[in-house]
Design a protein around this ligand. Sequence first.
Ligand SMILES: O=C(O)C(=O)C[C@]1(C(=O)O)C=C[C@@H](O)C=C1
Length: 375
Amino acid sequence: MSDQGDTPSANAGKTVIEKLGGIRDRIDAIDNKILSLLSDRAACAEEVGEIKRGAGEENIKFYRPEREAQILRRLKGLNKGPLADERITAIFREVISSCLALEQQINVAYLGPKGTFTETAVHKHFGQGVGSSPFNQITDVFREVEAGTADYGVVPIENSTGGIVSHTLDRFVSSSLKICGEIHLMIHQNLMCKNQDMSGVTRIYSHEQSLMQCRDWLARHYPDVVKVPVASNAEAARLASEDPHSAAIGGENAAKQYALNIVSPHIQDSANNMTRFLVIGKEEIPASGNDRTSLLISTKNRAGALYKLLEPLERHHLDMTNIESRPAPDTHWGYFFFMDIDGHVSDADMQLALAELEGEAELVRVLGSYAKAIL
Ligand SMILES: O=C(O)C(=O)C[C@]1(C(=O)O)C=C[C@@H](O)C=C1
């Protein structure tokens, strides 16, 4: 069959079956090429793994998030469609994840239980090739990584509707772990129950953040149904799976996990409901070319203290994208500030600003420099 075998003119007069047959032949030939190229790529990854192992250096890293970010960014830039950037990124994420698994199996601890948005974030960032284990508390995720039982951890840090996750911020104060990456996940909330519809349902379970994200929709559609906050959306789904008079709000994963029917999809009040997650680990990540740096700074509670912290950033033209303050109860310092700044800690202007900040603050700790989320 020629390459042009199924062009409109070549297809004229053919039956639908014949036309489809021609295109399917082409798809089969393309799949054969993709398979062969995937095998070549996987063999390269095996070679990379051998070189890394052979280098004999302690702490050599198989997982290289900055390199992964560069690959995905480059391919996203080259993509001309018709597949959306998001799909191309997801496909190549899986390819890289499977290649990494040939080099080394890595384990990721996350805020569970199974079926939460954090689990979805783990696989959005690491693909399906990693091992993942759920833990009930944010502090448990930190502990697993600190103890070396898990290589990395994933925890939520902020939601565009619900705001900051203070447990995560506070835990950095007592931890020496680094931030190795960030994940942005669009959050779609769904109403789900055991039956095909909501008749007979008298209560709706969900995490309080999710209830908040759907507050207006719930007030419009189910003003008289009792809303019950529980520890996680997955727990809500579990409860709804055991009681036909209950429903739950959560992600598709939670519905799948507990075999519930989604009776109303995408019920969150804001179309741009996004949660940001952090990847935590033990190492510092080299620059990828488009990075963010997170700082933990403590200062005495005196007039103008915050202004003094911001001055060095302005002097060195650094963009601060986020700042959060938290009280520091057991110290004489007064406040901790968590800042996100565009750039990498190895950049010259960042180094100058950090040196000046150290002169102003009681404590300046770089929590990590890491590639910005790709999509
Ligand atoms: O370039 C490397 O260091 C690799 O290990 C290869 C590879 C890849 O498949 O492209 C795999 C895992 C790393 O996290 C980054 C990239």
